[in-house]
Design a protein around this ligand. Structure first.
Ligand code: AMP
Ligand code: MG
Length: 597
């Protein structure tokens, strides 16, 4: 059974009735709360328990047939759901908790379900131990054995043994267990309850990021790749005057039927014809030149013959439409209308339009300053001969390139020695100077590096294990008020987690609110391996087949250290957690990389 609905640590208590579970919890909960641990409880109760009281309005409404009754007041609310046919599973119940507002779920009851539990034991009850039978027990808490207790009954377990009457030692154990909780479940590659889905990871990150408040006015040439901080309103009509779309002859539309016209002048772009055009007259006009007053129709030069100032047109009379070949003033953009909304990223077309409206500058968000460093004693800067057992630092360079592409200002702190002092100093300096801090390496389960210790001291950081490959370990949180990303060490994992988590966060900070990552659908030409329960990113090459279909194949070997696979790829093939391997001919989602790397 999986408890996939819950990403928080879940801890239960296994005991025979009479051991005093609730009494213990009543003492334990305030002690945990005092340590800043927010508790959610799930408790099993007998068949027809009711929290409601007969006669209360909510009770009457339920009895009247409301199968869900949500009652709320200033201090608390409660949802009562009738489940006459089948009891909810623990996993369903966990899904109803507000997991953003708790750190630990304590469970009383559900003893037959598999989740970590502390066994409570009191000798006076003369009951057998439960842990020999229940592999989910992580510690035992018992009282002093009486001197009469037979030695075999003391149990030879290697589980931690706690004093059931010493709440402080129970709290200490639970805190340590919560810390090592990730490490414990990391070895289990299944749908572990502490695994975070890609979607949850992304939405938690985006919820923690706010749009920058720093804006500045920049000249046209500095605008590309910046994001408008304000709406841009057209100060003029585009085109500014009604003008000709062709080289030809302007006439009046009420004068189409005539055989010949008298040529009374000519008008070039950038000039105008000062007189009002009368019936029987025409004006030779160039593309872009303002149409003379009175005229509103242009006939192409190719259809005209000019015999000494007498112009005739070689067209079917019926074929000339009033108003043809004329662009109306304000036809593209009307003065006062919004051209771009704040949040639009500026590319070539936007820049051209700004210029065409006469703007020589615009108010845009300031570049986000990103502090960057690599960790790990084995990591060495390129450019010096390789030391034995060392690898060159690739991550700082892939990250620099991706950050540059996004228009960030980079504060490169280099490779930081794996000591508490060095990491501490770097993180403090980085936090002070930058809007966001990114490190790589040292965040995976079992990493002996100091970065985790230092991050724990300085910030509010979560060490996640995201249900994805590559890139499972990911640290995210805040250092002071600055977002911090601790990316994995593996070079491909760094790039994939950057694309999936860091880029959306940076774009949000930059005010780039309209951005959505591009995904396409392609037919796979080969079997794409993927394990159910996690999102897998295979480096792929997509192309258009001879019959016009998008098709994709992998770049071959997919180790998360094989950076060459990222270089060969033009897309990531994304296989969702609810899908096993994708077979030849299956449709798969692909994320094109061209615009992002
Ligand atoms: P870690 O997450 O620190 O355990 O690192 C995972 C793997 O990535 C190890 O093989 C590291 O040697 C490698 N690695 C860590 N940092 C870098 C880096 N900056 N450049 C290239 N490889 C790295
Ligand atoms: Mg390491």
């Amino acid at each position: 059974m999986s408890l996939s609905n819950c990403s928080l640590p879940i801890l239960g208590f296994a005991a025979f009735s009479g051991t005093g579970k609730t009494t213990l919890l009543e003492k334990l909960i305030p002690a945990l709360v005092e340590k800043g641990i927010r508790i959610a409880m799930v408790k099993h109760a007998h068949h027809d328990f009711d929290v409601d009281k007969p006669g209360k309005d909510s009770y009457r409404l339920r009895k009247a047939g409301a199968t869900q009754m949500l009652i709320s007041s200033r201090y608390r609310h409660a949802l009562m759901t009738e489940t006459p046919d089948d009891e909810c599973t623990l996993n369903q119940l966990l899904g109803q908790l507000d997991q953003n507002n708790a750190d630990l779920v304590l469970v009383e009851g559900f003893k037959h379900q598999a989740f970590p539990k502390i066994e409570l034991h009191r000798w006076a009850l003369e009951k057998p131990w439960l842990h020999p039978e229940d592999p989910n027990i992580v510690a035992v808490a018992c009282d002093e054995p009486p001197s009469s207790a037979p030695s075999f009954a003391l149990s030879s377990t290697s589980l931690p043994r706690l004093d059931i009457n010493d709440i402080g030692s129970l709290v200490g154990f639970i805190q340590r267990w919560m810390e090592s909780h990730h490490a414990q479940t990391a070895t289990c590659d299944s749908l572990s309850p502490t695994m975070l889905s890609m979607e949850d990871g992304k939405s938690q990150i985006l919820a923690a990021i706010s749009v920058s408040k720093n804006t500045e006015t920049c000249g046209l040439n500095e605008l590309p790749n910046r994001v408008f901080a304000v709406d841009i309103v057209a100060p003029v009509n585009v085109p500014s005057s009604t003008n000709s779309a062709m080289d030809g002859y302007a006439i009046r539309s009420d004068d189409i039927e005539r055989e010949t016209y008298r040529l009374v002048g000519e008008v070039f772009a950038g000039h105008h014809y000062a007189e009002k055009l009368s019936a029987g007259e025409c004006v030779r006009i160039m593309t872009g030149a303002p149409v003379p007053e009175g005229a509103n129709t242009v006939i192409m030069r190719e259809q005209a013959s000019n015999d000494n100032g007498t112009v005739s047109f070689d067209t079917d009379k019926g074929a000339v439409r009033a108003g043809q070949n004329v662009r109306q003033a304000g036809e593209d953009l009307r003065k006062g209308s919004t051209v771009f909304h704040a949040g639009k990223r500026i590319g070539a077309a936007e820049l051209g339009m700004m210029a065409s409206l006469g703007f020589d500058s615009a108010e845009v968000f300031k570049p986000i300053k990103v502090a960057l460093f690599s960790t790990g004693d084995e990591v060495q800067a390129p450019g010096i001969p390789a030391k034995s057992h060392c690898i060159y630092d690739a991550n700082r360079y892939t990250l620099r390139a991706m950050l540059t592409k996004l228009g960030c200002e980079i504060l490169d702190f280099g490779i930081i020695e794996d000591t508490e002092a060095a990491l501490n100093d770097t993180l403090l300096a980085a936090t002070k100077q930058a809007d966001m801090v990114i490190s790589s390496g040292g965040v995976s389960v079992g990493d002996a590096d100091y970065i985790k210790t230092v991050l724990n001291q300085l910030g509010d950081i979560n060490f996640w294990r995201v249900n994805m490959r590559p890139g499972r370990p990911l640290a995210f949180g805040t250092l002071g008020d600055k977002p911090f990303f601790g990316l994995p060490g593996n070079p491909v994992a760094v790039m994939v987690t950057f694309l999936q988590f860091v880029e959306p966060a940076i774009r949000k900070m930059q005010g780039d609110v309209y951005w959505q990552p591009e995904t396409l659908s392609a037919i796979t030409q080969e079997r794409i391996r993927s394990r159910r329960g996690r999102t897998e990113y295979t480096r792929g090459i997509y192309s258009i087949s001879t019959n016009g279909q998008l098709e994709v194949r992998s770049t071959g070997s997919q180790g998360s250290g094989i950076l060459r696979s990222m270089s060969e790829a033009n897309c990531l093939i994304e296989v969702a957690p609810n899908v096993d391997n994708a077979e030849v001919g299956d449709r798969v989602s692909i994320i094109p990389l061209a615009s992002r790397l």
